[in-house]
Design a protein around this ligand. Structure first.
Ligand code: FHN
Length: 474
């Protein structure tokens, strides 16, 4: 009997072991960390709340049009349009001359908007470099402008306290060595040269601009880059970049593991420091974020990142953008709004206006966005909430006020609400009426609201009080 039991136990252990083996793949080039980074650089990244994205390049000269025709794709993709000869596009640099580029003005606009970091395209898919790269002859120094744009930008943004990240496309339509797919031995030889070029350029960027905080990689979906055989290179490149710049923050979009998985390795762990998959979309709930660091980059239009002469289709209003920012932050992500400057280096008026309006809102309400985190509440009808890192203040970003003028707020069981007030009038407490099941009814000052607003709840930790008459034993 005892022997039988031992055999069964042994069998059970074997099945459990075999199941566990099946569940996890042994990877040399998968994620090297499970879960979030815990260092100060990453903590600072996590606290940004709001960022600015800038897509600037030769595509701005066309603004989504060629020969009087409108390109229906994203304007920065126009080089791939079969109605536009490559040679025409590749000559645009000769006229590229952003005479109205004023780094201090760009930085001032971002600062006023409340952005704490910026990501700028150093080289988009068209291959044109906005900095004087010694590894390419297709750079801004060869244009009519004739000088570096990234350096002054980094300096100006840093001067006003904004961190700079560099967008870098691995995909390069201009390079003779870049391949979408490696079909022949020659392709492999050429692509190997391309990889050296990428490494050189990334090293060069970190060397030329030592205050840069990290990279936002793009274009890594190609069969060449995403091939399992590229796993050792992408892995060692990330490690190399982090050696030359300790604390560097690299998005999770560019590595591939030896099984061909991108973003997440074959075991479902994120390769990189934050998830880069939330492009023009926002996770529907906290579970969808998998508890990771992430940011969402968002366009004003439905798609299109570079300058577009005609704003066709739907373009987001300031209130819509504020709501997206609130939602992202309530789910522990940063919100990054994209701008597409015109070829002369100025911004279109709609973008300037939106930046100013967002900034006006941020001036009053930024405590709900900066240095806050996911507060564990379920989504509620009135809007979105965040909580301060010490857990003492919950911020309710109210987008919907019911006709009753009262909102019902469901807090966590362990959170007792001490006081509620409008962020703009902290001295005036709002009436709170505790309800059963953890709800508090808060009366909103009766007035016409032209923008969403923030209510602060002072949180007193402890069990929430339930009124005696409600303690029925049901
Ligand atoms: O193809 C690009 C696109 O042009 C733009 O740069 C965006 C920004 O997130 N990234 C790529 C698409 O994922």
């Amino acid at each position: 009997m005892k022997r039988k039991l031992l055999v069964i136990l042994g069998l059970l252990m074997f099945v459990t072991w075999a199941y566990a083996q099946q569940d996890s793949v042994t990877l040399q080039h998968g994620a090297h960390r499970i879960g979030r980074r815990t260092d100060a650089d990453m903590q600072w990244w996590r606290d940004y709340g709001l960022g600015q994205f800038i897509h600037f390049g030769l595509y701005a000269q066309l603004g989504g049009e060629y020969n009087g025709e409108q390109y229906s794709g994203a304007s920065e993709w126009i080089r791939s349009w079969n109605k536009l000869p490559n040679a025409v596009y590749d000559s645009l640099y000769k006229e590229f001359n952003p005479v109205n580029f004023d780094a201090d003005r760009w930085a001032a606009m971002a600062k006023q908007m409340g952005a704490r970091y910026v990501t700028i395209t150093t080289r988009h898919h068209d291959g044109f470099c906005l900095w004087p790269s010694k590894y390419s002859d297709y750079t801004i120094v060869k244009s009519s402008y004739g000088k570096d744009l990234i350096g002054p930008l980094v300096k100006a943004y840093n001067k006003v306290g904004i961190d700079v990240y560099l967008y870098y496309s691995i995909l390069d339509w201009h390079s003779k060595d870049w391949r979408y797919q490696l079909k022949t031995a020659d392709d492999t030889v050429a692509f190997n040269r391309f990889k050296v070029f990428v490494k050189n350029q990334l090293t060069e960027l970190l060397t030329l601009y030592p205050t840069v905080k990290g990279f936002w990689f793009d274009g890594t979906w190609d069969k060449s880059w995403a091939s399992p055989s590229n796993a050792p290179f992408t892995d060692s490149l990330e490690q190399y970049l982090k050696q030359i710049r300790p604390g560097l923050i690299a998005g999770g979009r560019y590595r591939v593991d030896e099984t061909g998985h991108r973003h997440d390795d074959a075991n479902g762990s994120l390769m990189g420091d934050y998830a880069q998959g939330w492009e023009r979309k926002i996770p529907k709930d906290y579970a969808a974020t998998k508890g990771r660091d992430w940011d969402c980059d968002m366009t004003f239009g439905e798609n299109g990142w570079g300058y577009q002469k005609k704003w066709l289709g739907h373009w987001k209003t300031t209130d819509e953008l504020l709501e997206m920012m609130a939602k992202c932050n309530s789910l522990d992500g940063n919100f990054v709004l994209n701008f597409g400057p015109k070829a002369d280096g100025s911004f279109r008026q709609e973008e300037v206006d939106a930046a100013r309006e967002i900034g006006d809102w941020m001036k009053v309400n930024n405590a709900a966005i900066y240095d806050t985190k996911y507060n564990g509440w379920e989504k509620q009808d009135w809007g979105y909430s965040t909580i301060s890192k010490d857990g003492k203040k919950a911020y309710l970003m109210v987008f919907n006020v019911p006709v009753s003028g009262k909102i019902k707020v469901l807090t966590d069981k362990a959170q007792q609400v001490g006081k509620a007030y409008m962020i703009s009038a902290p001295e005036k407490s709002l009436p709170i009426h505790p309800l059963d099941y953890g709800y508090n009814e808060i009366t909103i000052p009766s007035q016409r609201y032209s923008r969403p607003f923030v209510i602060v709840l002072d949180i007193v930790n402890g069990k929430s009080e339930t009124r005696q008459e409600n303690k029925a034993k049901t």
